[in-house]
Every structure is written in structure tokens, then in C-alpha cells.
Design a protein around this ligand. Sequence first.
Ligand code: NIG
Ligand code: FE
Length: 416
Amino acid sequence: MKVIVKNIAELVQVEEVIKEKVSGKEMKNLSTLKDAFLCMEDGLITDFGFMCNLTEIEEQSNLKVIDAKGGMVFPTWIDAHSHLVFGGTRELEFVDRINGLTYQEIANRGGGILNSAEKLANTSEEKLYASASKRLIELIKMGTGALEIKSGYGLSTESELKMLRVIKRLKENFPITIKATFLGAHAVPLKYKNNKKEYLKLIAEEMIPLVAKDNLADYIDVFCEKGYFSVADMEYIVNASKAYDLIPKVHVNQFNSIGGIPAAVKLDALSVDHLEVMNPKDIDALKGTRTMPTLLPSCSFFLKIPYAPARKMIDQGLPVALATDYNPGSTPSGNMNFVLSLACIQMNMNPEEAINAATINAAYAMGISKTEGSIAKGKKGNIFITNKIPSYSFIPYNFGHNCIERVFINGIEFDR
Ligand code: NIG
Ligand code: FE
């Protein structure tokens, strides 16, 4: 099937030469074509150009013409960090925080991740799949065309595998690219409260081999933070997963800078995520490396914690990616459009930088920048069409509103 999208006011994030990511000053460059058309065939982008060069469209039985009606076309957003699969929401903790408790205080009294682990253990695989599917449909309609999803609310072999099987089922039943990350080291479960070493051993010697045996994960993650897992714990888990080809993508520097970034870079992590608390050494450690700093501003918004110093990082030549961190505790929102607004409003990123961070750099952080993350010939036909907006900056500017009218994944309209 061939699809031609015509009457596009502006085609955004056009790439003639495919790049794997953009860093520093380059992040300010965003190529676009005004008054454009786009062709997709067999799921891939095959052509694009100016409307005036679109030769008359002949009626063909296997050709579909879509009129963008003066809306803009973007490559779909790529969300490289989420915890989409969970057993229940945590709005009671939200109310506790309004009444003065901190996120860490709630966690210390058995709430937080442990609360989610209890809910997950008591929810069937079927129910988990149904609720995650519902959320995923909502995200795709808001423009997300690729998503990373973590386990980490299981914290037992049985429940971690259950979560990962749900993610596998999502991969099989949805057209978008989904990557699965094993996050057994998200929190120390109550049972191992006084014996973290034993839990680490369980992850390394039992969980990781089982996860790998059934091919349930692409990446390995550890919550490297005071009160959770130390740098040495992270090194132990990542090293244990090396034999199984799990690539590290890790939670670091959310509340404290404890050396997780230089250690993750040494472990050749694909990404380091959160980075709300950064010292100059952490920024230096990322320079000239293959590790993508992935920032999660809606977590800062919801928890009222500092925002990652995106401006400083970009000004010092680093690339950054943006993601939602969608989860029931620290970020109950998976809206990438809102993430872009926060990136611009709270982190002083320019709209061009935010768009690059949410497309090509986010694709890099999911290992898919060769096939997704921009409008380029040969890349996947993953696009969204907006309503009539005056410029691409309008998306982050018009925060909290939806400008997206139609979403196409692999060249086919998503209409669930
Ligand atoms: O990325 N920081 C660690 N994990 C999640 C939140 C976990 C939770 O509160 O459920 C995050 O913010
Ligand atoms: Fe997270």
C-alpha cells in the first residue's frame, strides 16, 4: 500500500543524511520543508518534497491520498523511558505529598515502589495487559510512536517475569516499536530488607538468566540512588547481565550524585536517565561518550524536585534526549507534548532542541535511530499530522492542549 500525504504546511525534522544523534549546538538545527508532501510505501518513508513538485496523482487501487489540510507533519515522538505496566495508581501518596510528606518519606514507610510491587503481585497478567494496552493506545494517540517499558514493580522472580511477559505481549500486539528493560534492581523488597546482598544475588543468578532464556528484555536497568542501590550494586548487576547481552540504561542522579554517571559511562550504558542532581564532574564524565543523557522533566514537575540542567549540558556540547518516565508514583503522565513544554519552559531548551531531544536523540536512547526518529527516506512511516498550527514552536507553547489529529504507524493510520 502506498500513501501520499499532501498539503502539509510544514514537514518537520527532515533528514537528507541520516544521523544517529545530535549534540550541543547542533541540537538547535531543525530541518523542515514548507508546503510539502510525503510518500510512504510498505510501511516506510519513500519520498518527500515540495507540493509544487508532486506530479498529478493518478487514481490507483493501492494508493491512498491523505489530505493534511494545512496541518504540520512530524515524525512520531519517541519515549525512551517508561514504567507503563503497573497494577494500580497511587493518588493517595499524591495527597500525602500535598499534606507535607516527601517522596522519600513515603517510600521509607513502605509506600512508593514497594506499594506498586504489592499492587502488581495482586494483579493478574490479563488485567495488567488490559490496563497497559489502554494506556498505550492513549499514548499513541498523543503522538508516541516508540516506547521503552521497564519491569521493576515485580521485585520477585515470578512478578518480574509476569511484567516482562506483559511487555512482550504489547510488543506482539501493537504496531509501534517497544523495547523492554529488566529493572529487578528498582527497590529492595521487604523480604530482603536486611539482606540486600541476597536480593542482588537472586537478580544476578536467578532472574537475569530466566529473563534472557525467554528473550524478555533488551536492556538492564538499576535504580542507583541512596537508599536503593549503590554504584557497586549497579556494577554487579550490569556485569552479571553482560553474558546475556543486556545493554545498560540506568536510573542515576535523581536525588543525589553518588558516582552513578561515571560508573555507567564505564559500563558503556546506552543512556543515563533522570540527572536532576548533577555536579560538574558528572557533566564532564558524559563528554565524548556514547551514553545519551535522558531527561525526565515531568517527574521534576510532579515531585517538585529540581529539573535536570539541560541548558548547561547542551551548552557544554552534550546531546540530550527527553522521555516521560510514565509511572504511577513519580510521573503519572505519558504525554510527550507536555514533556516538550516543560523542557522549553522549565529547562530553557529551544523548541528545536526539544524536538530533536524527543525524536532523533530519543531514538538513539532506544537503539533505533537508524530506522526511526526523523523524516528520512527508508525510515519507518511513523508520523503525526497536527491541526492548523502557526509554527512548530506552538506545540510546546500551547501546553496542555492537543494539536495532534492523526497518527500513522508503519504508514497505516492508527485508529484504535
Ligand atoms: O523513574 N526513580 C525510580 N523509579 C521511578 C519511580 C518509581 C515509583 O515511584 O513508582 C522513576 O521516577
Ligand atoms: Fe523511571
